[in-house]
Design a protein around this ligand. Sequence first.
Ligand SMILES: *[C@@H]1O[C@H](CO)[C@@H](O)[C@H](O)[C@H]1NC(C)=O
Length: 149
Amino acid sequence: MMMRVLFICVVSCLLVVNDGSIINRCTLARILYQEDLDGFEGYSLPHWLCLAFVESKFNISKVTENADGTFDYGIFQINSRYWCNDYQSHSENFCRLDCEELLNPNLIPSIHCAKMIVSGSGGMKNWVDWRLHCLGRPLSYWLTGCRLV
Ligand SMILES: *[C@@H]1O[C@H](CO)[C@@H](O)[C@H](O)[C@H]1NC(C)=O
């Protein structure tokens, strides 16, 4: 019986450890900092972390289907209608990317595309959940315990 419980724990614990799609908060902070997002278009690093959290819970490989048949991809849940090509529906593809690239663990395509979105009109308001959960709130705790360099 003990062995059985232990075995189940070992298997499930390994599954959690092996789910590489969730990025650690401080690791993400460091990457975003290196890619010059701190202050980009006036949005401090905690805003980017809050955005990533409310959109994907830091799940790099998250894909969500929307009611209109489009999909949201990756850590910033970038939408296929305007920003990337998923070869399933018409897309403006403003970021000139395959949507699959927005699931890339190195995050560079997602960061590149997010910079483009935030540079346009509305800035981060393009993300409804950012407006609802991050805008106007105290956010500095997102960096608690993180070393950026
Ligand atoms: C991350 O997102 C993918 C795709 O949406 C999903 O299959 C996976 O279960 C998610 N991971 C976690 C830990 O929620």
